[in-house]
Design a protein around this ligand. Structure first.
Ligand code: C5P
Length: 233
């Protein structure tokens, strides 16, 4: 285990973008001291199935289920209910789906968790993908409004959007992907920031994938990332 301050560890979310359970388990086991949350996205969920949520809960992680739900309200509600019951602590849905869809997803998620006797999870609205460099300026405020209207408690945004998003919605939890340690390649992320920049700008949860999972030594990469943070914000 490491001596990462708990306040920081709970703000760090490891994106487990791998396609098999052995690799996911290895990363989860080795990086427990650095990350309080793991994100299960489309790749791992599709490869391994919903049991991966329970497996990661068993390691002591809160699990961020990033399936970016976007469908008719009834379908989103029913899928969210299942995911809430399975132990998702965070669940993403596209704000583009509209307030009624988000509201249905929030209802399903909360009821699923409550029926299973689990703590209240967090519904996370996705505004614009961080790989999209061409999104028009007006879209973020519009999607943030829809997210709030739909009852989501958290919002995904890029580091550069944080000042505006904080003004628009001071109370919502800010989830920030596109995190790159100083000097790391941006990969396909168009709008990146360092961990310290994200924290300074008010990020509540930093989502970090390839700089750790594709590193030759993920534990060392995680230790370097943590060491680069001088203040939690
Ligand atoms: O590997 P990397 O650090 O770029 O991973 C970022 C993670 O955040 C990926 O799992 C990606 O799906 C997710 N994400 C994103 N932009 C969003 C929402 C989620 O990059 N707007």
């Amino acid at each position: 285990m490491s001596d990462v301050p708990e306040e920081l560890r709970q703000k760090l979310c490891l994106a487990l973008d791998v396609d098999d359970l052995v690799a996911a388990n290895r990363l989860a086991r080795d990086l427990k001291g650095h990350f309080g949350v793991v994100k299960v996205g489309l790749e791992l969920f599709t490869a391994v199935g919903p049991d991966v949520i329970g497996a990661m809960n068993d390691y002591g992680y809160r699990v961020f289920v990033d399936l970016k739900l976007h469908d008719i309200p009834n379908t989103v509600e029913r899928a969210s209910r299942v995911l809430g019951a399975l132990g998702a602590s965070y669940l993403t849905m596209h704000a583009h789906g509209g307030a009624p869809m988000l509201r249905a997803g929030v209802t399903g998620l909360m009821e699923g968790a409550a029926n299973a006797g689990l703590p209240e999870p967090v519904a996370v609205a996705v505004t614009v993908l961080t790989s999209d460099a061409d999104a028009p300026d007006h879209i973020i405020p519009q999607r943030v409004r829809v997210a709030a209207e739909g009852g989501c408690q958290a919002i995904v945004c890029a580091v550069g959007d944080l000042p505006d998003v904080r003004t628009l919605t001071p109370r919502m939890i800010k989830v920030v992907p596109g995190i790159r340690p100083e000097g790391a390649p941006a990969d396909d992320q168009a709008r990146v920031g360092t961990p310290q920049e994200a924290l300074d700008a008010g990020a509540d949860l930093l989502v970090i994938g390839r700089p750790i999972t594709r590193a030759d030594d993920p534990v060392q990469a995680a230790a370097d990332l943590v060491a680069s943070v001088t203040s939690v914000g």
